[in-house]
Design a protein around this ligand. Structure first.
Ligand code: GLA
Ligand code: ZN
Length: 667
């Protein structure tokens, strides 16, 4: 039954507890009629499932799931632990997180729970076990979502202090080792007893960066072990069901790879910005989010919440999705490896904090324009479902991503405007516009099959990762490195060797001096004399075995190498000493694509994206115009339309605003 997670299909998020029971059957029969296949329920319903301590009421959920089963819908149940009920937080206030200044995170709407709280662990495990036991054999249930949108809380409660102390002790063993690793001698921060060690309470605006990085790692482990307790119970009672978690809003401080490791499939909550003012960036940042999600488990994924109407409440409302936008962004998700796409939510809430985060159906309960678009989409997805099943994306380019880097760089911002994830966005956007598919994977993952690996700012670098990247290049790969590589060791201490530290040999270059130029724009001149803008950072490079390929064009470093390329074994290593504007990346990546014969769909106009899914049912080229104007692409002969069938003549193919073409390639 775990195989059901591989179906290509559409779902909805539904909250039976929010609606009068007399409405359920009409809702569920309309879901069925519309072509919906999956419903997610239950996350947040703790107070209805366990109205008082150890008093359970599953009757209502039984009745709604039975109805769903009767209509042939499949169900994913979310564990409700993101919303501890009042009886729990009142009788066991240790559930509530504590801010650095000692204030309590009181129940507001949700997420008022400390991952290390003993009471949360105890009662969270109990409700999870009760649910798993009860629904293990229910005919509608196919899988589980742990909690909802894990995030970092930076809790400072007693339980966190105790757990942090134990974590640090287990890692360093002795106070002497801890003091050395964190360099606490600086400014008399040495610990003389374990009791002196606490989570960072704040107050003082600055803290030891080694402490802060370990505090993050500690929290990652706390989320992982909190989740693992639920996973163990679900696996025990429901060995046939799959388990997922819904990640959201990248970049996250949460280590998605650590949380994802124990899951069967990763999920993402996808709310592309509806504003036309963001039109130039939204399709590309969305593409990156989807690629990041596919990278969590290096396999296809789910969207657990998908844009359905005007988002609001957490901010003033955004524009309503333009006609075609709901459909096009679902196809974008599928084009990048989503199998099931679940829409948030069936109907907009009439109560609670989120009344204006619109669902597919408005408060009026009259299905309108957006619902009609959704219904059409369900039909299309169902038409292709069987043939898309088992199809995957295969790429020759990878971007390495790491929460360690993001967190360490956030702890010590390097220069104005220097943003780890924004720098990844720029490279990813450039590749996407060039029509070069890429994977975004966790730094340290195996690199087999890749020709080109881009490793932005490996600021905290350990020997195994450096050795792996050296070996990749030596074996014939092309490796691209950027500023702030090899700066720190895993304890977050600066290394005492020329940068890029452990990768200097492979890069064949060292950084003689650097200048954190921040938001200033400087000039970069390539070998053909073309000038580009660069900013954030300028490493002044001294090539050793490397050849310069671009130089600075201004300031006191005019004429000094800014980008170098080094032959290394059978491969090559590029070192970028600065962050160049997108057109420089585009020129360089296009050249590399030519040299290395990278698979590519060339000639994409603005906002149009192309990806390929291959599988037992065929090879499918997805062409998506995520734009409000008509765009044209040029196609060779031989393509057939997957939807509806029919040959596509060679030559120009027009894509309407938010137009989607799914074309079958001959084998
Ligand atoms: C998140 C949550 C949902 C809902 C949406 C909209 O993705 O998981 O419960 O709140 O945001 O805000
Ligand atoms: Zn806590």
């Amino acid at each position: 039954m775990r195989d059901k997670m591989n179906n290509v299909q559409i779902g909805v998020d539904y909250y039976p507890e929010h609606w009068d029971e007399s409405m359920w059957e009409a809702d569920i029969s309309l879901m069925k009629e519309t072509g919906v296949k999956v419903v997610r329920v239950g996350e947040f319903a703790w107070s209805r499932l366990e109205p008082a301590e150890a008093v359970y009421d599953f009757a209502w959920l039984d009745r709604s799931l039975d109805l769903m089963a009767r209509y042939g819908l499949q169900v994913v149940i979310g564990t409700p632990t993101a919303t501890p009920p009042r009886w729990l937080t009142t009788a066991y206030p240790d559930v509530l997180p504590v801010f650095a200044d000692g204030r309590t995170f009181h129940p507001g709407v949700r997420h008022h729970r400390c991952y290390n709280s003993r009471s949360l662990r105890l009662f969270g495990a109990r409700i999870t076990a009760e649910l798993a036991r009860r629904y293990a054999g229910h005919p509608a249930v196919i899988g589980w979502q742990t909690d909802n949108e894990f995030g970092m809380l930076d809790c400072h409660c007693d339980a966190c202090n105790e757990a942090f102390r134990a974590w640090v002790r287990a890692k360093y063993d002795s106070l002497a080792a801890l003091n050395a690793a964190w360099g606490t001698v600086v400014w008399s921060g040495e610990y003389g007893t374990w009791e002196e060690l606490t989570v960072p309470y704040g107050g003082s605006p600055h803290q030891n960066p080694s402490l802060l990085l370990d505090y993050q790692r500690f929290q990652w482990d706390a989320v992982v072990s909190f989740q693992q307790e639920q996973i163990d119970l679900i696996r025990q009672y429901c060995p046939e069901h799959f388990i997922t978690h819904n990640f959201h809003s990248y970049p996250q401080r949460l280590d998605q790879y650590a949380v994802g490791a124990a899951l069967d499939v990763a999920s993402f909550d996808y709310y592309p910005n509806t504003s036309p003012l963001k039109q130039e960036t939204t399709p590309y940042s969305g593409a990156l989010s989807l690629d990041v999600t596919r990278g969590i488990k290096r396999r296809n994924f789910w969207i657990m919440e998908q844009l359905s109407g005007s988002p609001g409440c957490w901010m003033p409302m955004w524009r309503t999705p333009h006609p075609g936008m709901i459909r096009a962004y679902v196809w974008q998700a599928i084009a990048r490896g989503a199998d099931t796409v679940v829409h948030f939510r069936w109907r907009s809430a009439v109560a609670g904090a989120e009344q204006f985060w619109h669902g597919l159906i408005d408060h009026s309960n009259v299905p309108g324009r957006r619902f009609a678009e959704f219904a059409g989409l369900c039909g299309e997805v169902n038409e292709l479902s069987e043939r898309l099943k088992g199809s995957v994306l295969q790429h020759e380019v990878a971007i390495l991503h790491s929460h360690e880097q993001k967190v360490a760089l956030d702890i010590q911002p390097q220069a104005e405007g220097f943003d780890y994830y924004e720098n990844i966005k720029l490279v990813h956007r450039s590749l996407t516009k060039l029509g070069i598919g890429c994977d975004v994977i966790h730094a340290g993952e195996p690199l087999d099959g890749y020709k080109l690996v881009i490793a932005p700012s490996l600021y905290v670098l350990d020997e195994p990762l450096a050795a792996q990247l050296e070996a990749f290049a030596a074996a014939g790969g092309t490796l691209l490195l950027t500023p702030r590589t090899g700066v720190k060791n895993p304890d977050n201490l600066c290394v005492m060797s020329p940068l890029p530290g452990l990768l200097s040999r492979a890069a064949g270059v060292t950084v003689a001096e650097y200048d954190p130029v921040g938001r200033e724009t400087h000039a970069l001149v390539d070998g053909e004399g073309r000038t580009y803008a660069c900013s954030q950072w300028c490493d002044l490079l001294t090539p050793d075995t490397a050849e310069p390929v671009a130089w600075y064009g201004d300031d006191f470093f005019a004429g000094i190498p800014a980008v170098t390329a080094n032959r290394f074994g059978a491969g090559q290593v590029y070192y970028f000493g600065t962050f160049a504007e997108e057109s420089y990346w585009t020129a360089l990546l296009a050249r590399l694509a030519g040299e290395q014969e990278l698979q590519r769909f060339a000639g994409l106009p603005d906002g149009v994206q192309a990806t390929v899914r291959r599988g037992p049912g065929g090879r499918f080229l997805f062409l998506l115009n995520l734009n409000r104007v008509t765009q044209t692409v040029t196609l060779p002969a031989g393509y057939r339309r997957a939807l509806g069938g029919g040959e596509v003549p060679a030559g120009e193919l027009a894509l309407a605003p938010f137009g989607v073409e799914i074309l079958e390639l001959p084998e």
